[in-house]
Design a protein around this ligand. Structure first.
Ligand SMILES: [Zn+2]
Ligand SMILES: [Zn+2]
Ligand SMILES: [Zn+2]
Length: 233
């Protein structure tokens, strides 16, 4: 059940991903396809005359209030009084509900990834997830070099979990890291990566993971896909 707010949650949480019931507004183009959603207050006010659809409780922020352009009728009024916010928080914390089927992707099942990587191979594509190696290179390299044992800054033993078919592991190798092992629960992807990098990056090691090795928290958020999990082993 949605707490019946008459304020926009963007006025309180801004661009932080507070879990709450979110909706699509098909009429205004706030849709899952575009990665946008509107809050309960906005669906009852700004979009009262629109064609809307409950996505379920997800982590997002209200794109009606956050969209700029002044189209939101509520966000300018600001945050509610403390007592009102406390009541909303209480109802929100205890509410539950079905997720839209489009968000119920079985990320935890190896079969999902086997199928997904098989489709990638057929299409000649690869998944780069949220950020490429280049996008995180500066802070990541500094961190990895700082934890390397001994004098050799590239000697850190690295494990890239859930490596999928991303070129991330090869990029690490190109950056000079000599001991990189990569794993995934999808055997089809691991086998393909072994073959793909056998000649160009023979130092890379690949293994099939038998279970999620880390970071279940990454999966708790419906709209964010996955963080890049690198850890020392
Ligand atoms: Zn809103
Ligand atoms: Zn609308
Ligand atoms: Zn609004």
């Amino acid at each position: 059940m949605d707490a019946a707010a008459c304020w926009c949650t963007f006025a309180v949480f801004n661009e932080t991903f507070e879990e709450q019931p979110f909706y699509e507004c098909i009429s205004c183009g706030f849709t899952l396809e575009k990665g946008t959603a509107v809050c309960g207050g906005c669906v009852r006010s700004c979009h009262a005359e629109c064609r809307t659809h409950l996505l379920g409780r997800i982590r997002a922020y209200c794109d009606c209030g956050g969209g700029g352009g002044g189209s939101c009728k509520l966000v300018a009024a600001g945050a509610p009084a403390d007592a009102e916010l406390a009541r909303w928080s209480e109802v929100n914390a205890s509410s539950s509900g079905e997720l839209d089927a489009r968000l119920s992707i079985p990320y935890g099942e190896p079969g999902y990834w086997e199928e997904r990587y098989r489709m990638n191979q057929t299409a000649g594509e690869e998944d780069e997830w949220l950020l490429s190696f280049d996008a995180v290179r500066a802070p990541l390299e500094a961190e990895l070099r700082s934890v390397a044992p001994g004098d050799d800054e590239t000697a850190a033993r690295l494990f890239v979990t859930g490596a999928g078919d991303s070129p991330f592991s090869a990029d690490l190798c190109d950056a000079g890291f000599v001991d990189v092992t990569s794993g995934d629960i999808a055997e089809v992807s691991v086998q393909a990566m072994r073959v793909k990098y056998a000649e160009s990056h023979p130092a890379l090691k690949w293994l099939v993971e038998v279970s999620w090795s880390s970071c279940w928290s990454c999966w708790s958020s419906s709209l964010s896909w996955r963080c890049l999990c690198l850890r020392m082993r």
